[in-house]
Design a protein around this ligand. Structure first.
Ligand SMILES: NC(=O)c1ccc[n+]([C@@H]2O[C@H](COP(=O)([O-])OP(=O)(O)OC[C@H]3O[C@@H](n4cnc5c(N)ncnc54)[C@H](OP(=O)(O)O)[C@@H]3O)[C@@H](O)[C@H]2O)c1
Length: 317
């Protein structure tokens, strides 16, 4: 244990950081130890990690001094912020700044920063196809992370550009739903474009691959995904693997989607429109070969659906 390299993992009780913790803990001979950071070490997910051998440490991303203590003596830091807890681009940047400052203070040797692309670079400022949100962003949870990339300059950082979680089917309520006629349907403003997706657990496994590769990815931006599929294809696979009837895809207009009224509908409307209108650029920013190299057990969408069948099925109602 003593000679293992410790990775201080933010978001350890969540999808990305949790995946990384489980990958480290599953590889006892891998030379890494997991320091799982949470605001609440008494929660079940933290206890579960502790029971598998993680060192659980309490810290809050909003409190830079607590991060400095949590990162002390660590070899690496997995840096992820949770936009969806507050929906604020400015707050997400402030959190990323705290992480970078604490990582510098602790002198860590490798930071993997979970980021996304700056969607504003894809459109001219006066492009009217989608509204600006929070005054200055097209897709706040993308653009704020991309802006925050700059805070990590000067650190031995790998910028990990992630993709849409397939887990959103049950985590975000995005699964097809049964209508009054009993038929399953779902609506996305994706037209016939392909959505770059990944099993959330695989992001953590890729991050583990990045830490294991050491110098190779320091100073690099690594874009990852598991498979790019149209909504039609995703529906066909769901229906085949789950053994449910055909799924009707309503390829709604992005304005209609933004108007759906649920919290974050405007943000997701802009995000899906980016995935649709800039399908090529989004794909070009990610490499399937690199993703597989870093995580040889990368799941396809069909494998993901089969593995999570019991969780997805109840989400269809
Ligand atoms: N959903 C998608 O399709 C998707 C795709 C790409 C990127 N993302 C990005 O993924 C990020 C969220 O990551 P996730 O899905 O892995 O998270 P998650 O499963 O929702 O869990 C959130 C994690 O963040 C931790 N956390 C939040 N605020 C914290 C704070 N102030 N101090 C310490 N820890 C804090 C929580 O820890 P405790 O509660 O235990 O303290 C928890 O472990 C978002 O920013 C989102 O934009 C999402």
């Amino acid at each position: 244990m003593a000679d293992k390299k410790t990775i201080a993992v933010l978001g350890s009780t969540g999808s990305q950081g949790g995946g990384l913790c489980r990958a480290i803990l599953a590889d006892a001979a891998g030379g890494f130890a997991c320091r799982a950071i949470t605001r609440d070490p008494s929660k079940d997910k933290a206890k579960e990690l502790a029971s598998k051998g993680a060192e659980v440490v309490k810290a809050d991303i909003d409190d830079v001094e607590s991060l400095k203590k949590a990162f002390a003596g660590a070899y690496g830091v997995y840096a992820v912020t949770n936009f969806w807890e507050h929906f604020s681009g400015e707050k997400e940047k402030a959190q990323a700044k705290n992480i970078a400052e604490a990582a510098k203070a602790a002198g860590v040797k490798h930071v993997v920063w979970s980021t996304l692309e700056d969607t504003r670079k894809l459109m001219a400022p006066d492009d009217k196809r989608m509204p600006m949100l929070q005054e200055k962003y097209r897709v706040p949870h993308f653009d704020a992370k991309a802006e925050a990339d700059a805070y990590f300059s000067g650190l031995p950082v790998t910028r990990l550009v992630t993709s849409f979680y397939w887990d959103n089917l049950y985590l975000f309520g995005l699964a097809p739903k049964k209508g009054e006629d009993g038929k399953l349907s779902w609506a996305f403003p994706m037209g016939d474009a392909k959505l770059v997706g990944i099993a959330a657990e695989d992001i953590g496994k890729v991050a583990y691959g990045v830490f294991k590769a050491g110098q190779e990815y320091i100073g690099k931006t690594v874009g990852i995904y598991g498979e790019a599929l149209t909504i039609e294809q995703m529906g066909e696979t769901l229906s085949k693997v789950l053994g449910v009837g055909p799924i009707v895809y309503n390829a709604v207009d992005a304005d209609a989607y933004r108007g759906f009224g649920f919290p974050g509908a405007d943000e997701l409307g802009n995000m899906f429109q980016v995935y649709r209108d800039f399908e090529r650029q989004v794909l070009d920013a990610r490499s399937l070969d690199t993703t597989r190299k870093l995580n040889p057990s990368l799941l396809t969408y069909e494998q993901f659906v089969a593995r999570h069948k019991d969780t997805i099925l109840p989400a269809l109602n």
